[in-house]
Design a protein around this ligand. Structure first.
Ligand SMILES: Cc1cc2nc3c(=O)[nH]c(=O)nc-3n(C[C@H](O)[C@H](O)[C@H](O)COP(=O)(O)OP(=O)(O)OC[C@H]3O[C@@H](n4cnc5c(N)ncnc54)[C@H](O)[C@@H]3O)c2cc1C
Length: 449
């Protein structure tokens, strides 16, 4: 296996793929994924992708993002994301992505906490449409090599500079892969939780590596719970019932079949209201009814949700379905600047792994695909503009000791996965408690005064 690359990208979701498409074609690029190429959360996105429809919507879109984020958002980042959105959509279309249209004009939908319809979509499979088209394009690039079932277990670092990664290869051996630049696009943390809509292999690996190498993290306790996932008694990944179902008029019912909440509240507030209702009703779920839509509308607009629910024993055109909140999205992550640069030299991050502050304390629905694409492109452009190669011979000499003892230094990922998940969850919980403590101290101080 080739061991020297110009750029290594960890992750084959939208962030990793889009970064690869924006890097110079004279650079040798490796892209790694822990799983198969279609096993990333990017493939699962149902609802859609936000876009600035026209100048008149700028202020409302900005305000909706901030309000959902409890005004803890980085305003510069929000502005960058919104201002970049039209270019990103144009690029996606050039790469072959198709969005729903009506007589040639885009159709826009709406989700929770949006005050206007500004979300582009492709049936209820927007993520699959975007990611598979990007993957097709990346596969055409002669300078890119894709490695599946290859796990980043560490980075090689000296003096706060990243010189590549340590990977566990498909055959279980370890390899040190050198690079001039590394981009983390490793997705979220759902695999740490019992109930999550995410793929189980997304276990916040970049966070654990950051902690070991003093790379700055931000808001790692900001974990979003999605209010409506299909309630099932079995363990494993939870199936998402997209917010756009509520956006199109579906309503939530308590155990008596009564509506109990505004279904388009921001996700955190709606989750709290559902949990409160479940407690009151002493149930493990509430019901979601699509009765305001005709069967034809449901099947046309939500074919994937319709089919999956049918397989689980529910016909959503005829009956309400049981839904329950589950872990869904990670607003915190590896702290990056407006170019996606981390606190370590030669190391960049984009997508759900990174925290650029766009989402604040809570993400506005359908902002994450967009944010991932915007920062992946920015990271690729920044790397291209600053490009400065490292001397691989010197690197080899410097890290000879690590390279010669990889098998004794590293344990197989599977054997330490459980401990890794427990430790990271505890760290996230500790951060949450600290934040609560600081908040209460502030309130106490205020009351005392
Ligand atoms: C069910 C569901 C529905 C969603 N719907 C929407 C929506 O409608 N609109 C929207 O904007 N957002 C939506 N999201 C969120 C959005 O899909 C994600 O935030 C976004 O796709 C993240 O992209 P990413 O490239 O950062 O990560 P991902 O697409 O998750 O990719 C992560 C990649 O990193 C790899 N990886 C991780 N760790 C390692 C490692 N140690 N070594 C090697 N590879 C590694 C994984 O194998 C994977 O290839 C949804 C999410 C889910 C789960």
């Amino acid at each position: 296996m080739e061991k020297n690359f110009d750029i290594i990208i960890v992750g084959t979701g939208v962030a990793g793929l889009f970064a690869a498409l924006h890097l110079p074609q004279d650079k040798r690029i490796a892209i790694l994924t822990k799983a198969d190429l279609d096993e990333s959360d990017s493939f699962l996105a149902q609802g859609g992708i936000c876009v600035l429809k026209n100048e008149d919507d700028y202020a409302a879109y900005f305000e909706d993002t901030l309000r959902a984020g409890h005004y803890e958002n980085n305003r510069e980042s929000v502005d960058i994301m919104i201002r970049s959105s039209q270019d990103i959509i144009r690029e996606l279309i050039d790469f072959g992505v198709e969005f729903e249209r009506d007589q040639g004009e885009f159709r826009y939908t709406k989700e929770g906490a949006h005050t206007a319809c500004r979300i582009l979509y492709h049936e209820d499979l927007t993520g699959k449409e975007i990611t598979s088209k990007l993957l097709e394009q990346v596969k055409k690039l002669p300078n890119v090599t894709l490695f599946t079932h290859t796990i980043m277990v560490d980075i090689v670092e000296q003096d706060n500079t990243c010189y590549g990664i340590v990977a566990e290869l498909e055959d279980g051996t370890f390899a040190l892969l050198y690079s001039d630049y590394t981009i983390w696009a490793c997705g979220g943390v759902g695999g740490l939780y019992k109930h999550s809509t995410n793929f189980r292999h997304l276990t916040g690996d970049a966070l654990a590596i950051s902690m070991a190498h003093n790379i700055t993290l931000e808001n790692i306790d900001y974990v979003q719970i999605h209010p409506t996932t299909l309630f099932e008694k079995t363990q494993g990944r939870r199936f998402l019932i997209s917010e756009s179902v509520r956006g199109e008029g579906a309503i939530l019912l308590d155990k008596n079949g009564e509506r109990f909440v505004d279904e388009l509240l921001p996700r955190d507030l709606l989750t709290a209201a559902i949990r409160e209702q479940m407690k009151k009703d002493e149930t493990d779920f509430v019901m979601l009814s699509l009765q305001s839509m005709s069967s034809e509308e449901i099947i046309k607009r939500f074919p994937n949700i319709y089919q999956t629910c049918l397989e689980a024993g529910y016909d959503i055109t005829k009956e309400p379905i049981p839904v329950v909140p589950a872990q869904h999205y990670f607003m915190g992550g590896v702290k990056v600047d407006s170019d996606g640069k981390t606190s370590m030299e030669r190391l960049y991050a984009a997508g759900e792994t990174a925290c650029n502050g766009v989402h604040g304390a809570n993400r506005l629905a359908s902002n994450s695909l967009l944010e991932s694409l915007v920062w992946a492109k920015r990271a690729a452009i920044a790397i291209t503009e600053r490009y400065c190669p490292v001397d691989f011979e010197k690197c080899r000499e410097r890290f000879k000791n690590i390279e010669n003892h990889l098998d004794t230094r590293y344990q197989p990922y599977e054997s330490r996965k459980e401990e890794h998940c427990i430790r990271l969850r505890e760290q996230i919980e500790k951060e949450r408690e600290n934040r609560e403590k600081i908040k209460h101290e502030r309130i106490d101080e205020f009351e005392y005064r």
